[in-house]
Design a protein around this ligand. Sequence first.
Ligand code: CTP
Length: 409
Amino acid sequence: MPCATPDSPARIVLGVSGGIAAYKSVELLRLLRDEGFFVSPVLTPDATRFVGEVTFSALASEPVRNSLYGDRTTPIPHTFLGQHADVIVVAPATAHLIARYAAGLADDLLTATLLASRAPVLLCPAMHTEMWEQPSVQENLSTLRRRGVLVLEPDVGALAGGDVGAGRMREPKEIAELVKRLVSGFEGPLSGRRVLITAGGTREAIDPVRVISNRSSGRQGYALAEVARRLGATVTLVSSVNLSLALDVVRDVAVVQVQSASEMREEVLTRLADVDVVIMAAAVADFTLKASKEKLKKDQGPPTLHFEPTADIVLDLVAKRSAGQVIVGFAAETANIEQNALTKLRAKGVDLLVVNDVSAPNVGFEHPTNEVVILDREEHVQRVTLRSKEAVSYEILARVASLLSQGAS
Ligand code: CTP
């Protein structure tokens, strides 16, 4: 089994398949070498049509390989590469490469190496939006994820031929950073910290069939869980939605499924003593109702629903927390954003309040992107402009890490 030590650097297989993003893999190779990794590039025959082998060979730890058939020093390259790799990263991963890997084909050195390895595999897909959105591509990725393959979802941005959309490969810097974390076992500023995150809109039952809920998709909470884990935290997610496949790269997040505000409260409060941080990203119902045991029938006419207030979980957390614990609240606003946010910050007593204007375009509920303002106890305002929910999570968690290091109370 491979095992990186200071004297023996981690061995990375850099797989490159045939897409225009292959030019970015040259930069990725350089960044991985800068980290001190031993990098073996494996190019598919199509990849060499985009970038010459010489370019990769000049930067890598050993010459590019692309043949299944070895030489005197390495007679069976796919088993040698597969068995000695600490991490295999495929960037770009084309739709064709993803399909071949999902089908278990081994018709070139890269797919054969993938099959001959037990190392963590990180795929960085890159393709046109139409291809990315094809059910066949998404199903192949789901299959691979179920088998433990890590997928770094592409960004929205400029694509080949002047098009713009989802499918742009992540930047080499970000990929290199993730590979580094995979090698080190997710060490980072939150290492040793336990973080509890809530996600999704709670569901209050009207009867056994119907619920009252809200538009929260849970994506921001899931993105926070993913990024907190990448930064080294032990993460528990208490969620009303199941988006496990939206966890891009990490799988070892404990997910507790709940439905109602009172179930969420119970699960969060019982765990409070065991965590360092609670981030309440969930959209918790403010009102609930007594559910009818039987389904309400249409011919009885429109029902009259009697609502009663739910307990405010954040207020309970702030009241019960111990010194040093960090509590983060969210605020969904649609009008008088800054004033409402300040009032909420003061009323809730949280360390950080993450405010989003959920009526703005591409922001908040049901969007992959978000734009937020982070307020702290001193009422300092940090604006985080429109970006992916994952990128927003990095900003929030950087603030959390800084509070923890100051021993917030
Ligand atoms: N929250 C909570 N328990 C509730 C309601 C909300 O813990 N019963 C938390 C949310 O998870 C979020 C914060 O409180 O972190 C603010 O939620 P938000 O819906 O913006 O505000 P509310 O307090 O519900 O006030 P309003 O609906 O009047 O804006």
